[in-house]
Design a protein around this ligand. Structure first.
Ligand code: ADP
Ligand code: NA
Length: 326
């Protein structure tokens, strides 16, 4: 029997954070043995908000190198850049023509991002349609993502139901796969908002390419509370709970183990150890990353990935066009 397909992507809108890693990217590596996996650098999603052209180009290649550095194996998984596969944007038009304006306006991520922009472009509103296209063009049965993508996965499932009801059994209906813990890592400066690589406040996140010095500084200056004791209590001590979760996610310890280990010790020693842990997880990834970034192997992998992804995506796009009468 052939393996079920999975698809996921990350935007090259900044260097991925430990939130992206814990919530999504680490899962990409774990899932590639069990599934027929396709992972995309979604550079066309990144331009829903302004990007500096030279940096966007660099960040696209950097993210692909990070995919490989964390352990995505091009012999097992397809890795490609979204803009190398025109079917993605082509499908987005078909999807937009079958999606209600109200559905898009209800997306909380749209509302959040729109609030932060001075002028909102129509792409920011339409963006979920492109994401629906990413998923369905690869016949994905499962989509490993963080918690913040739940609404977009629901939109995809509703779209597939609507399309298949109208035109027959054309598209595969996907399901989200969310990590049991760590599906939403919070900002180090505000435990009420999620950690994001595009946060204007750089102290809010640890990027996967931060130096040991930067990591230590950011974790030591993470906001805490005036209680002064390590407890895992998301309501009363959300900032500490977030740090405990990061610790648990990057080690073999449970949140209970961590609370016990730091009972009566205050925040200082805990933060010191957490910083060391994060450095030790990221260092080997960064070493592999540096080598990959300067190799032509990376470009070959993306070239081969684009060929495979084009074949797959064009088949589904043809099915959609035929169903619609185009
Ligand atoms: P960002 O919001 O950091 O720019 P993306 O939109 O590129 O991230 O999302 C890439 C993947 O990382 C998605 O699967 C998303 O759900 C996941 N993700 C993003 N931020 C977090 C977070 N703070 N905690 C857990 N997962 C996250
Ligand atoms: Na753990």
């Amino acid at each position: 029997m052939s393996k079920a397909r999975i698809f996921s992507g990350v935007q090259p809108s900044g260097t991925p954070t430990i939130g992206n890693y814990i919530g999504a990217m680490r899962g990409f590596v774990q899932l590639q043995d069990e599934y027929d996996a396709t992972y995309c650098v979604v550079n066309q999603h990144a331009i829903t908000v302004p990007q500096e052209p030279k940096r966007l180009k660099e960040m696209t290649r950097e993210l692909a190198a990070l995919y490989l550095a964390i352990g995505i194996d091009p012999n097992k998984s397809t890795i490609f850049v979204q803009s190398d596969v025109p079917a993605h944007t082509q499908s987005a038009w078909l999807i937009l023509c079958h999606t209600g304006l109200g559905e898009l306006e209800r997306m909380t991520q749209y509302k959040d991002k729109a609030q932060k922009q001075e002028a909102v472009n129509a792409g920011l509103l339409a963006y979920p349609a492109l994401m629906v296209g990413d998923i369905i063009l690869h016949d994905a049965a499962y989509v490993p993502v963080g918690d913040d993508q739940r609404q977009h996965i629901e939109l995809t499932r509703n779209f597939v139901d609507r399309f298949n009801n109208r035109y027959g059994d054309v598209l595969v209906k996907p399901e989200g796969i969310y990590p049991k813990a760590g599906a939403r890592v919070m900002s180090l400066q505000d435990p009420m908002s999620k950690m994001s690589k595009s946060d204007a406040n750089e102290r809010g996140f640890v990027s996967m390419l931060d130096t040991p010095n930067q990591i230590t500084k950011k974790i030591k200056s993470a906001v805490t509370d005036s209680i002064g004791e390590i407890n895992y209590d998301k309501e009363a001590q959300p900032a500490i709970a977030n740090l405990i979760e990061i610790y648990a996610n990057l080690s073999d310890k449970s949140t209970d183990d961590i609370v016990q280990a730091y009972a009566g010790k205050g925040y200082g020693p805990f933060k010191t150890d957490l910083a060391e842990l994060v450095v030790s997880v990221l260092e080997p990834i960064q070493t592999r990353y540096e080598k990959l970034l300067s190799s032509s192997e990376l470009d070959d992998i993306l070239h081969d990935g684009a060929i495979k992804a084009n074949e797959q995506a064009n088949q589904v796009l043809a099915r959609m066009n035929k169903a619609i009468g185009i």
